[in-house]
Design a protein. Structure first.
Length: 366
């Protein structure tokens, strides 16, 4: 087992504050075999620490911030699985790479060929250099003997998981994609929410008081997105855009927003009642840098925004790809009594879009 700089480790861990997983992280970094610290498996840690995968990724990202761990972005060739490029920062990535083995150019897709690799900082635990050499040699041998290196497994961290993790945005918000580049995501869930009746409220209350109410609504919506493994992307007027890695989290976030706003309405003394309307869709997007932040564009984003626009007050409206995703119908059970489907023509979209609308009230069955 390699040697550990305990003083440096303990000094860095103090910066975590009172995080409940500190002792588990310390024990792992002191006692784990070198191989487990070279390529950290979040699934194994989640099982050992009795935590959700997202919570483990949060700990790993904070450990990177405090220089306990290192983080690399690995760009695999989609043909042979070999490593075409390694980068310590997202700012050094490009939308296209070249595989010297296959002699082909390829486009990077964050949920298909981009891996994020966590390992211990060598100044914390002095791992032998042979670990990386053996890892690289194994890739070469796999390709030579089998024609392909299989890099995906249950513990693999895809690039999209990190880009769409709220803590990555909080800690590494300044780490962005080069301005002239974009990275594709094949399956993202995009949510838009809006409040109804805000124009009339501004007329009744005046700009300052009305905006305070809208700002409180922003806080509630942002909190609901973050607590359900999503990332708030931006506000557009009174609208909020959020992105999720999985569809079930988006459903839960939508109802959490509605519940939080309903509670806020009940506690208000000025008589103002805000109502949400929400639209969600699933599909490919591109991630880019805009206004010094990661943003998302593409047909899926446009359709999600238009689905929200045709949603009624108190409604959750969903695109077909979204509602057919695994777990979505089960997540709706107990919250909606029925879903109405209809084809809607939308500006700028060539063909009618199937929209599924549900009232966000309590119900016993779906």
């Amino acid at each position: 087992m390699s040697s550990t700089n305990k003083d440096r480790l303990d000094g860095a861990l103090k910066r975590f504050g009172s995080h409940p997983a500190i002792s588990k992280l310390r024990e792992f970094l002191l006692m784990a075999p070198d191989e487990e610290l070279f390529h950290i498996d979040p699934v194994r840690l989640a099982e050992q620490w009795n935590l959700r995968r997202q919570a483990v990724l949060e700990i790993l990202l904070r450990a990177v911030r405090f220089e306990i761990l290192g983080m690399e972005w690995i760009f695999h060739c989609p043909t042979c699985g070999g490593v075409a490029k390694e980068s310590l920062q997202l700012a050094h990535t490009h939308e296209h790479e070249f595989c010297p083995v296959c002699r082909v150019d390829f486009r990077n897709v964050l949920d298909e060929n981009v891996e994020v690799f966590f390992s211990v900082n060598l100044e914390i635990r002095n791992l032998p250099t042979s670990l990386r050499e053996e890892h690289e040699q194994q890739i070469i041998e796999d390709i030579a003997n089998n024609g392909r290196h299989v890099w995906r497994n249950g513990g693999t961290i895809k690039g999209v998981e990190i880009l769409n993790h709220p803590i990555f945005r909080e800690i590494f918000g300044g780490e962005t994609i080069p301005l002239d580049q974009s990275l594709e995501i094949r399956a993202a869930t995009v949510l838009f929410s809006d409040v109804t009746g805000s124009t009339a409220m501004y007329e009744r209350l005046g700009d300052a008081q009305a905006y305070r109410i809208i700002r409180n609504h922003f806080d509630l919506v942002f909190q609901a997105i973050g607590e359900h493994d999503g990332v708030p992307i931006k506000t557009i007027g009174d609208e909020v855009m959020g992105v999720f890695v999985d569809e079930v989290s988006a459903v839960r976030a939508a109802f959490a927003m509605q519940d939080a706003l309903s509670s806020s309405n009940e506690s208000r003394t000025d008589g103002e009642k805000l109502t949400l309307k929400i639209g969600v869709h699933r599909g490919p997007v591109i991630a880019v840098t805009l206004n010094d932040r990661i943003d998302y564009f593409g047909r899926t984003v446009n359709i999600a925004a238009r689905i929200q626009a045709v949603s009624g007050p108190g409604q959750l409206s969903m695109g077909e790809a979204f509602i057919r995703a695994p777990g979505v119908k089960e997540a709706l059970q107990g919250r909606v009594s029925r879903v109405k489907r209809g084809a809607v023509r939308m500006k700028g979209i060539d063909t009618p879009v199937q929209v599924y609308r549900a009232a966000m009230g309590q119900a016993e069955s779906f």
